[in-house]
Design a protein around this ligand. Structure first.
Ligand code: FES
Length: 166
């Protein structure tokens, strides 16, 4: 079967080849995962947050595709030095625009990156036992999508296991 390469723009390819802030952060204030290791699309976000609730540093680890690595990389740059409230407002659409656009089949990769970021922010407040008024209780679009994708991946891997046992 021949595979047609996806039409990634040069910015995505550059970020994929030279991602910024890639790697685990040992002194992170909080980290969060989105995606599923079973299907390989998994991303972890690490945030170093100061007392003023400003993100001092951000890094990521990704087992996703080029689009996931590029969007995660740009998210870590977009949120550096911003308040948690402003980081929360970042949408997957803004991130997709920031990398110069993505093929539509790759939109979910950016959604997953922002989903991991929003999970990390939510977890930070949960750990603190606080809840600022801008943090809606209802899951954001990106968090919901990440959850959906994880459930789908779980279902598929279960089915594959069952098929394998036949
Ligand atoms: S992260 Fe799933 S295809 Fe990109």
């Amino acid at each position: 079967m021949s595979r047609i390469p996806l039409p990634y723009n040069p910015k995505v390819l550059e970020l994929f080849r030279n991602p910024k802030n890639l790697g685990k952060m040992d002194d992170a204030t909080v980290s969060a995962v989105a995606g599923n290791p079973a299907c390989g699309d998994m991303i972890t976000f690490y945030l170093k947050i100061n007392e003023e609730e400003v993100i001092e540093r951000a890094s990521f680890e990704s087992y996703g595709c080029a689009a996931n690595i590029a969007t995660s990389s740009i998210v870590t740059e977009m949120i550096k030095g911003t308040s948690l409230e402003d980081a929360w407002k970042i949408s997957w659409k803004r991130v997709t625009e920031a990398v110069g656009g993505l093929p539509s089949v790759k939109f979910h990769c950016g959604v997953l990156a922002v989903g991991a970021l929003k999970r990390a922010i939510r977890k930070y407040y949960k750990n603190k036992g606080a809840s600022p008024e801008w943090l809606e209780e209802e899951l954001s679009f990106e968090e919901k999508q990440a959850l959906e994708e994880e459930e789908l991946a779980k279902m598929l891997s279960k089915r594959m296991k069952l098929e394998g046992e036949k």
